[in-house]
Each structure stands twice: as structure tokens, then as C-alpha cells.
Design a protein around this ligand. Structure first.
Ligand code: HEM
Length: 291
């Protein structure tokens, strides 16, 4: 059941990060004409992500019921799941998660055209509230509030960064279309401008999370938790180098009319693959004891 829970956590985090990224890219980064041009491909990414968010939220609840109860029999028992929802701290957050995921499926599946503001608000609530469960519940009083605030900011900033990468590929494809090249270039500039802040917030809150969770145990690289965390941070380090090369080598080349679009596309795909590894690690990390 632990492995099943890790897989479900991976799907849920990936869906929440991707949904937040595509909604924010459409509502904040893309100029109006590009937003219309990318609407269909963005919806084709957002709707399945919303369904994965809802189905993995239900599965996560079932697996938690099984883990806290008597195994698989309780994992499929609606009474135990209902008990989990109203009798545990996780359950209180999860009532909101299930409701928001359902609303996201409804809103994104029902609208063909229309704005991305409401999906963006719902997606930020879905992603942000994941910063209120698991190790984020460690700590009472001020330290508890600091821990949860840091985890929420960490999730939203990392969602902005890695959730925007696939929409960025849509944007790079639009640069081949003379009608949309200027708007795509503007969206690229906006993303890379705000991207600097997002990466800085991810690193700052990541360090804060690490300190808050490990300040009593100290550094012990024989612990599986710390080994996985160090691996995660190392992969993010490679992603940051890639992002710097994308921003300061390939983008200027494009702006000067030189080659760079294909390199930027490959650099972005490499970041997407690496971020999959990061989400995989956090899916395991969150279920391990930090101490
Ligand atoms: C692309 C970059 C990153 C992504 C997508 C990411 C994603 C996440 C996610 C989804 C969580 C929540 C896990 C949970 O609650 O179980 C998390 C927690 C955490 N992250 Fe990151 N993170 C990134 C970068 C970093 C960096 C650079 C650091 C350190 C400098 C870091 C350190 C942490 C720590 C210590 C936690 C708490 C883990 C726990 O709850 O046990 N993260 N991260």
C-alpha cells in the first residue's frame, strides 16, 4: 500500500503543479491573441490534469483510510473514508481538495472558450492547500505557521516554474507562426522575468523547509530521507543551470534572429524530464520520517 500511495502522490503532485502552471501561463503570461491561439492546446493539457487531480485525490483518501485502518478492506470502505474526512487533520484539508478538484473538472470540461481566471484561482487553492498536509503539519504555534507558509509558497513557486514548462513549448511552437511570433516572444520575456523570482522563492523556501524539518536531527547523510532530499536538490541544481543557459544563451540568440529556438525547445524538454524526477522524489520523501 505504501508503494501505491507514493504513485498516487506522484500523480497528484504532478497534476496539481501542471494545472497551476498552464492556468497561470494562460491568465498571466500569454497576451490576449496568444491566449486565444493556445486555448485549445492549453485545454487539452488542463482537462486531463484536472481529472487526474480528482481521481488521485479520491485514491489518496482511500489509501490513507487503508493505511490508518485495517488495510485494503478499509481502503474501499466508504464509512472509513468518511471517518478519515471529518475526524483527521488530513481529512479536513482533503474535503477542500476533493471539492476544488471536482470544481476544476467541472469548470474546465464545461467551457470551450472563456477566461482562465477562475481555473487559475481554483488551481492555486488546490496546489497551495497541499502545503497544509504531511510534514507541513510539523511544528506548533509560530513555527507551525512558518512551516506551513513556507511549504505553501514553495509549492506555488515550483508550480509556476515547472508547471509553465509545457505551455512554454506551446509558446515556442507559436514562434514559428509569423502571426503570433511577437506575442509568443512577449510571453517568453514575461515568463523568464517572473521565473527569476519563482526560482529564488523555490530555493529560499526549500532551504527554510529543510531547516524547519531537520534542525533537531542535524545533517545525517546515512538517513534515506536526507539522501533523497540531497538527490532532489542536486537535480534542481542541474535544472537551474539549464534554465540559465536557456535564458542567457538561447533566448538572446533568438532575439538577435540567430538559431536558438530548437536549442531552447530541447533545453525546456530536459527541464521537464528532470522535474519529473524531482516530483518522484518528493512523492517518496513526504511519506518518510525526516528524523
Ligand atoms: C523544481 C524545483 C522544486 C520542486 C518542483 C519542489 C517540489 C516540492 C514539493 C511538491 C514538496 C511537498 C512535498 C510534501 O509535502 O510531501 C516539496 C517539499 C520540500 N522541498 Fe521542494 N521542490 C523544489 C525545489 C526544492 C529545493 C531547491 C529545495 C532545497 C533547497 C527543496 C526542499 C524541499 C524540502 C526540505 C521540502 C519538505 C519535504 C517534506 O515535506 O518532507 N525543494 N518540494
Amino acid at each position: 500500500m505504501d508503494f501505491a500511495l507514493d504513485v498516487v502522490r506522484f500523480i497528484h503532485y504532478a497534476a496539481a503543479l501542471q494545472l497551476f502552471g498552464v492556468c497561470v501561463f494562460q491568465s498571466l503570461m500569454a497576451p490576449a491573441e496568444l491566449r486565444r491561439h493556445l486555448h485549445a492546446s492549453s485545454r487539452a493539457l488542463a482537462v486531463p490534469s484536472a481529472w487526474l487531480l480528482l481521481l488521485s485525490a479520491i485514491s489518496w483518501l482511500a489509501l490513507m483510510a487503508g493505511t490508518m485502518g485495517e488495510g485494503w478492506a478499509d481502503a474501499v470502505d466508504p464509512a472509513v473514508m468518511l471517518l478519515m474526512l471529518h475526524a483527521t487533520a488530513f481529512g479536513n484539508v482533503w474535503i477542500g481538495q476533493l471539492l476544488i478538484a471536482f470544481l476544476l473538472v467541472l469548470v474546465l470540461s464545461s467551457r470551450r472558450g472563456g477566461k482562465w481566471l477562475w481555473p487559475s484561482l481554483l488551481a492555486s487553492l488546490a496546489l497551495g492547500s497541499l502545503g497544509l498536509i504531511g510534514h507541513a503539519t510539523i511544528g506548533v504555534g509560530v513555527m507551525g505557521i512558518v512551516n506551513r507558509t513556507s511549504q505553501v509558497l514553495h509549492l506555488l513557486a515550483s508550480g509556476f516554474w515547472i508547471g509553465s514548462l509545457v505551455p512554454l513549448l506551446f509558446c515556442l511552437r507559436a514562434m514559428h507562426n509569423s502571426e503570433h511570433a511577437a506575442a509568443a516572444q512577449a510571453a517568453l520575456q514575461r515568463f523568464s522575468g517572473l521565473g527569476h523570482f519563482a526560482v529564488a522563492i523555490v530555493i529560499a523556501t526549500g532551504l527554510a523547509n529543510g531547516w524547519l524539518l531537520l534542525r533537531d536531527t542535524g545533517i545525517d547523510l546515512t538517513s534515506l530521507y536526507q539522501e533523497l532530499l540531497l538527490t532532489k536538490v542536486s537535480i534542481v541544481g542541474i535544472m537551474i543551470v539549464l534554465a540559465i543557459v536557456n535564458r542567457y544563451v538561447f533566448m538572446p540568440a533568438i532575439a538577435n534572429g540567430g538559431p536558438g529556438l530548437n536549442q531552447l525547445r530541447l533545453g525546456t524538454i530536459a527541464e521537464i524530464v528532470l522535474s519529473g524526477g524531482v516530483i518522484g522524489l518528493v512523492s517518496i520523501l513526504g511519506a518518510l520520517s525526516p528524523s
